[in-house]
Design a protein around this ligand. Structure first.
Ligand code: BYC
Length: 317
């Protein structure tokens, strides 16, 4: 190894599936890619609490309320693990919050859509958590240790979230005609945004090739999207509903479902800040941050007081 450059030693480790840890040498671009992806992922978890949080007070039973409350709290936990993982790369939490609140940082497009009915909570669990798991299970094997380890826990909890969403829709599918219509309407509205969530098609994705070489990504956006479509096309039959795509059809030759064209104009609008709820979501986060200022100040004052008391005690001893 004596004549190898840092870059070559690094890539060799990645190729041999040896995890990169915070104090290891890494190319600056690898560090920045991870900061970008992990912080966007953390922001998605935190903003992602808002659409479902909207239904906690209106859940149809105590049991549903308790389950939804626990799910939303899990998402807060996921955000916090991920912020901690990103901090190991040299960015501070305040910097990440600042990037989110100023509109500079991205978060997942999916959370800029409204939750109009209770069935949306089912559709989010089944489709949004389903898409998230499809993307995140391979991230458990990504090359950066702290991110990979955080993903293991996140995926376990999200599998449970996905099942609860499916179960809400299954319950509605066995309900009244109005309940079935409500569930079908939610699926119709969440389907296309969910498959957009995997990101741009491979030919339009600037980061995929390098992220695959670095083993941050293990599959391309289109590969994961196709797996997700194949699974949902079967699961929707169990629910007795349909997916809103007339071109969705099994293809014997490819061994996959064909599906219709994605509206990338819609996707690009949403990620540029012009989706149906972008403003509402960011306003809610900024308000929470500003409303919490007194808690941060009180915590800092308390720490300061304790430090002074301990210093005084030490001086007296
Ligand atoms: N939304 O070259 P690409 C959850 C951006 S939350 C917005 O493919 P990359 C949950 C992308 O950032 C879990 N932006 O990039 C929570 C890049 O922009 P910049 C959410 C998107 O990074 C609550 C540009 O488009 N999951 O589960 O190689 C309730 C080009 O894209 C999106 C994650 O965050 C999008 N959908 O691949 C319920 C997963 N897609 O940065 C559930 C972690 C792409 O150049 N992230 N962009 O300005 C990833 O796996 C990857 O970052 C992506 C994109 C697959 C998303």
């Amino acid at each position: 190894m004596a004549n190898l450059t840092n870059e070559e030693v690094f890539q060799d480790k990645v190729d041999q599936e040896i995890r990169i840890e915070p104090k290891d040498w890494m190319p600056e671009a690898y560090r920045q890619t991870l900061i970008r992806q992990i912080s966007q992922h953390a922001h998605s978890e935190i903003i992602g609490m808002l659409p479902e949080g909207n239904w906690i007070t209106r859940a149809p039973s105590l049991k549903r309320k308790a389950i939804l409350l626990a799910k939303v709290q899990d998402e807060a936990g996921h955000g916090l693990y991920l912020y901690s993982a990103a901090e190991t790369l040299g960015i501070t939490r305040d910097q990440m919050y600042e990037q989110l609140h100023s509109g500079q940082a991205k978060y997942s497009s999916i959370f800029n859509y409204p939750t109009l009915t209770w069935a949306d909570v089912g559709a989010i669990g089944w489709l949004v958590d389903g898409a998230a798991i499809m993307n995140q299970v391979p991230l458990c094997r990504n090359s950066y240790g702290p991110y990979a380890r955080a993903m293991v826990r996140v995926c376990k909890e999200e599998s449970f979230h996905q099942r609860q969403g499916f179960e809400i829709l299954l319950t509605l599918s066995r309900g009244t005609e109005a309940q079935r219509n409500m569930a079908q309407d939610a699926i119709n509205r969440w389907w296309w945004p969910s498959i957009m969530m995997f990101g741009p098609g491979d030919e339009a994705s600037p980061h995929t090739a390098q992220s695959m070489r670095w083993k941050i990504k293990r599959f391309t956006n289109d590969e994961l999207r196709q797996k997700f479509v194949d699974i949902c096309a079967e699961q929707v039959k169990i629910l007795g509903f349909t997916l809103p795509d007339e071109e969705l059809k099994w293809n014997d030759a490819s061994g996959h479902y064909d599906f219709g064209a994605i509206d990338w104009t819609e996707f690009n609008n949403v990620i540029r800040g012009n989706g149906p709820c972008n403003k509402q979501r960011l306003d809610a986060r900024r308000k929470a941050w500003n409303d919490g200022a007194w808690v941060r100040e009180a915590a800092m004052a308390h720490t300061e007081k304790r430090k002074n008391r301990m210093a005084a005690a030490e001086a007296a001893a």
